[in-house]
Design a protein around this ligand. Structure first.
Ligand SMILES: [Zn+2]
Length: 577
C-alpha cells in the first residue's frame, strides 16, 4: 500500500489558515498570536474565533497524525522517526503553552455565556475544566512523564527470547499460547514470563518515578491526589470514582462467576484438573487455529462483503477507504506492532493501521477499526468542526462505535470468512473474550485507584495490592509456583504506564456495544439507524444522551452488569453448541 497523503481529496476548505502553511514553530506561533491578540467584542465574533481556532486544531491534529502514521509504518526510516520526535519533543510543549493562552482568553470572554445550544454548553464545560487544572510548571513534568513512557517502551520492546532456535519478541511468542500441545505452551509461557521478570526491577523504578511525578502534577493543580485530577483532565463529567468502585463490585458480582464458569467448562473440555496460565488462549477442543483468509486482498474483500450485509451506507465508507488506500493492514518488517484507527482531521478521512497475519483476531481488529472510521465519516455531517472526532471524542462512546461493529459483523461471518461451525467458534471466542475483558478492566482500574490514592508506598506494598486485586477478579487458573510472575503481571499492561486510568472506558463502551448488538439481533434496520444517528452526533451530547441516541442504557453498575452477564451467558451457550 502507498499512503499518498498529498493526493487525498480535500472536501472541506479552509476559511482561516493560509492554503500553504508549514509545520514549524515559526509557522504556528504567528497563528496562535493572531488568535490571542484578536479583539473579540460580540457573540458572533467569539463564534468566528472558535471556528478559526478549531481550524488550527484540526491542522495540528492532522499533521501530528500523519507523522505518527509514517513513524509506525516504517520504524526503520530515521526521517519519519525524527519528524515525529520533533513534534513531541519540540512542538507539542509549545503548542500546549500557546493553546493555554487561547483557553484563558476564551474563559475570560463575557460572551461565552451567550453561546446558545447544548453543543456549546459541553464545550464550555470542557474548557472550564481544562483551564482550572492547567499549570505552567506541569508542562515540564508531563514531558518527563512521557520520556519515562518512552523508556518503558524501550525496555519492553527490547525483550526477546530464543525459542526453537529463533530470536522472538514477546509479542511474537504469544502465538505459541494457542498451540494444542500443552508442553509447548508451557515452555513458551515460562520463557516469556522469565524474560519479562528479568526486567521487573527497572520497570518498577520507572513506575515509582511516574507515580511520584503524577502525584506532584495533581498537587500543583490543587488536587489531593492524581486520581481526582485525572477525572477532570479526562473530562469525566458523567461519572465519578464512586461509580468506578460500583463497577468493580458489579464485575465481582456478575462477571467473575461467569468467567469462572467458562474456565470450569474449559478445564473439563481440555481434560485437565487444574488450569494453568498457559491454558487460557488455546482452543479448548484442541482444533487448529482458524484461518479466515490467506492474503490481505482476501481480508479486505471479505470484510467488504460482510459490511454490505450490515448496511449500504457503512459499506460505502469502507469501499471509499479501500479506494483512497487508507488501509495499511499487512504485517511487514520495520512496522510497529498493534493496530489503530486515526483521523486526518482536515481531510476528515480516517486511516487504519494493523498487522494482519491471517488470524481470526485480524478480522475482528479490522472490523473494530472500521467502526471507528465510520465515526469519522458520519461526523462529516456535524456542522461545528471543534466537536469533530479525534481531539475531543470521549472514548467511552468512541469504543461503542467500534466494539459494536466487531460483534454485529460477526453475525455475517458464515459464508464469508467461515463455514457455519467456524463462524460459531469465532463468535464463541469473541463473547468469552468480552467476559474476560470486563474482569481485566476491573483489575487494571481498581489497581490504579489504589496506586494513586496511596501515592506513598513500597514496592512490596504495591505488589501485595496488585495480587489481592488480581485475585478478586481472576479466573480459575492456578499460579502455584509462579507467584512472582503474578506479582508483576501489571507491568505487561502498557496503559498503566503510558496512559494512566485510561482503561475503564473500554468496559463502559462494552456495555453500550453489547446493547447495540443485542438490538441488532432483534431488529437490524432499527439498530443500525440508531447507531448511525448516535455516531453523527460526535461528542455534542453528554455520554448518557449519546447512549440513549444509540438506543442503549447508560450505566455500568451491578444491575446493568447482571443483565449483560445473562446475555453473554446465553450467547456463549448458543455459540458453544
Ligand atoms: Zn478501539
Amino acid at each position: 500500500m502507498v499512503f499518498d497523503y498529498p493526493a487525498l481529496p480535500r472536501e472541506f476548505k479552509r476559511q482561516y489558515l493560509p492554503r500553504e502553511i508549514g509545520f514549524g514553530w515559526d509557522d504556528l506561533s504567528g497563528v496562535f498570536e493572531e488568535l490571542a491578540k484578536r479583539p473579540v467584542g460580540s457573540v458572533a465574533e467569539l463564534e468566528r474565533w472558535l471556528l478559526d481556532e478549531a481550524e488550527l486544531d484540526a491542522y495540528i491534529y492532522e499533521q501530528r497524525a500523519v507523522r505518527y502514521f509514517n513513524s509506525t509504518r516504517q520504524t526503520d526510516n530515521p526521517e519519519y522517526t525524527k519528524a515525529y520526535e520533533e513534534y513531541t519533543e519540540f512542538l507539542e510543549p509549545r503548542i500546549k503553552l500557546a493553546g493555554f493562552e487561547l483557553l484563558k482568553k476564551y474563559t475570560a470572554s463575557p460572551f461565552r455565556a451567550q453561546l446558545a445550544g447544548p453543543t456549546y454548553g459541553l464545550e464550555d464545560r470542557r474548557r472550564q475544566g481544562a483551564v482550572s487544572i492547567f499549570r505552567e510548571e506541569n508542562v515540564d513534568l508531563e514531558k518527563e512523564d512521557s520520556g519515562l513512557s518512552q523508556k518503558y517502551f524501550r525496555t519492553t520492546g527490547a525483550m526477546t527470547v530464543t525459542f526453537r532456535g529463533q530470536e522472538r519478541t514477546l509479542q511474537q511468542m504469544s502465538k505459541f499460547f494457542e498451540e494444542p500441545d500443552r508442553a509447548v505452551r508451557e515452555e513458551a509461557w515460562r520463557l516469556s514470563t522469565q524474560r519479562a521478570l528479568a526486567d521487573s526491577e527497572p520497570l518498577d523504578s520507572i513506575y515509582t518515578r511516574m507515580v511520584a511525578l503524577r502525584d506532584r502534577i495533581a498537587r500543583n493543580a490543587g488536587f489531593d491526589n492524581y486520581r481526582d485530577y485525572i477525572f477532570v483532565k479526562k473530562d469525566r463529567f458523567d461519572y465519578t470514582p464512586e461509580d468506578c468502585y460500583e463497577f468493580h463490585r458489579g464485575v465481582e458480582d456478575a462477571m467473575v462467576p461467569l468467567s469462572r464458569e467458562i474456565d470450569r467448562a474449559r478445564a473439563k473440555e481440555m481434560g485437565v484438573d487444574v488450569l494453568r496460565p498457559w491454558d487460557l488462549a488455546v482452543d479448548p477442543a484442541g482444533r487448529p487455529a482458524l484461518r479466515p483468509f490467506d492474503e490481505i486482498g482476501g481480508l479486505v474483500s471479505r470484510a467488504g462483503r460482510v459490511l454490505s450485509r450490515v448496511d449500504g451506507e457503512l459499506s460505502s465508507y469502507f469501499e471509499r477507504m479501500v479506494e483512497l488506500q487508507l488501509l495499511d493492514l499487512d504485517s511487514r518488517k520495520g512496522k510497529a506492532p498493534g493496530g489503530y484507527q486515526e483521523e486526518l482531521s482536515e481531510a476528515r478521512l480516517p486511516f487504519i493501521f494493523m498487522n494482519a497475519t491471517g488470524k481470526d483476531v485480524d478480522v475482528r481488529t479490522l472490523l473494530h477499526e472500521s467502526g471507528h472510521s465510520f465515526h469519522t465519516f458520519l461526523l462529516r455531517k456535524a456542522g461545528v468542526p471543534f466537536f469533530n472526532g479525534g481531539v475531543n471524542m470521549p472514548s467511552e462512546f468512541a469504543e461503542v462505535a467500534s466494539m459494536s461493529m466487531e460483534m454485529i459483523t460477526g453475525e455475517h461471518y458464515e459464508g464469508n470468512f467461515y463455514n457455519k461451525d467456524d463462524a460459531k467458534r469465532s463468535n464463541w471466542k469473541e463473547f468469552v473474550d468480552n467476559v474476560k475483558l470486563f474482569t481485566w478492566v476491573a483489575t487494571i482500574d481498581a489497581f490504579q485507584h489504589w496506586v494513586y490514592t496511596h501515592p506513598v508506598h513500597t514496592r512490596d506494598e504495591r505488589a501485595r495490592a496488585w495480587v489481592s486485586t488480581f485475585n478478586r477478579f481472576c479466573g480459575l487458573e492456578s499460579y502455584e509456583g509462579l507467584e512472582s510472575s503474578r506479582a508483576y503481571r501489571w507491568q505487561r499492561q502498557l496503559h498503566v504506564f503510558e496512559v494512566p486510568f485510561y482503561y475503564v472506558e473500554y468496559a463502559i463502551a462494552l456495555t453500550g456495544a453489547i446493547g447495540i448488538w443485542s438490538r441488532y439481533r432483534e431488529d437490524p434496520k432499527d439498530a443500525i439507524e440508531a447507531y448511525k444517528g448516535a455516531l453523527s452526533l460526535g461528542c455534542a451530547r453528554p455520554l448518557p444522551e449519546l447512549f440513549e441516541a444509540a438506543g442503549v442504557e447508560w450505566g455500568f453498575g451491578t444491575q446493568v452488569l447482571r443483565r449483560i452477564a445473562e446475555e453473554l451467558r446465553s450467547a456463549i451457550r448458543e455459540y458453544a453448541e
